[in-house]
Design a protein around this ligand. Sequence first.
Ligand code: KE4
Length: 434
Amino acid sequence: MRPYSTELLARAQTVIPGGVNSPVRNFKGVGGDPIFFKQGYGPYLISVDNQKYLDYVGSWGPLILGHAHPKVIKAIQEAVSYGLGFGATTPIEVEMAELITHHMPSIERIRMVNSGTEATQSAIRLARGVTGRNKILKFEGCYHGHADCLLVKAGSGLLTFAIPNSAGVPEAFTNHTLIAPFNDLQAVESLFVDFGEDIAAIIVEPVAGNMNCVPPQPEFLSGLRKLCTQYGSVFILDEVITGFRVGLGGAQELYGVTPDLTCLGKIIGGGLPVGAFGGKKEIMDYLAPNGPVYQAGTLSGNPITLTAGLATLKELTPELYNTLAKTTKTLMTGLKERAESAGLSFQTHQVGSMFGLFFSEEKQIVNYTQVARSDVPHFQAFFHGMLKQGIYFAPSAFESGFVSLAHTTAEIDYTLQASEKVFAWMIEHSLTVC
Ligand code: KE4
């Protein structure tokens, strides 16, 4: 029972669309009502009904240190005493830009913005401005925020122009968006043969984190790099999730691929609203005020946001990424063992401390079509079963989960013990056939 959450939802729905400020929060993906939370600390969330949950969402990725890390809180508390922002340049913007360009050498210049959506739509406008071309190529199942030209799905036929997947997006706004299956280099090569001279950019999540979690196949990213070089298109890596999540150098370091532009977000804001895009100097210098591509933001580079971001990034070391990966591997291995011994078909994907859970018999899940074949009712039963045990996974079978540095062996052990009960319950209630 969650009486206060229920009361708040009723109130919220009278003043906020769907009662939420972002759709995925409303539990439509898993059924039931969203939980209202009032506090986070370490790996835990506390609901308004004073129930404690072990959190594997981490605000959708930013909280790699866990909730309310003391050093982050202290840094913000000190910073706010000097004011909340000035709409003018501040030293911390330089410090953040120097730190990011140090860890990601492909980024020679970087512009801060306030969300991942702003970062990706600005990077696309910049790519179009630099190349003078119109088309962009994205991948089915990858999400880059809600810019009109990116709210698309595959149209009819295999190699397709995209069509809008949201009301309010005119066909004209997506006519220049091409779409291909993730991990399908051949499909991309065919699109370049047909449209290469007019493709301004490829934009891709190096690890797809918005269709559950799907890593790139070997040679996929390097193949995209080669095609962009061959055709003079801009190669944009959307590292809003993976940036500083899978390592200090992001997925571009992990997979040894050099983008022309990178989009960042989440962790670089330490949990506060943030985004950024950056890359080669000769591209970034096309941006206002130096160049003809306009982009702006009232609160871009806000000193409080960057204080939270820098305090977070300064805690991260290669050793801690190893710890995160080990903790996550223990969780993934333990869940898979327990699910399979209960008789369930269960797959896990992991890249560093981001992970994906699939109720599926398919051993190799590499694209959206396969993810969409996974058993969503099973995931929903798992989600709610674990929730009853006080464990909060992403309320959608099409999102990634995240482990933080605050998740210790005790939390992993508790999660695995709880999963045994939930998997057993799923079997008893004949949730067995995928
Ligand atoms: P925002 O505009 O929501 O800050 O960022 C958009 C975005 C861009 N690129 C990637 C790879 C992203 O994952 C996102 C946003 N991520 C989702 C969760 N996977 C945000 C959750 C939500 O929409 O509420």
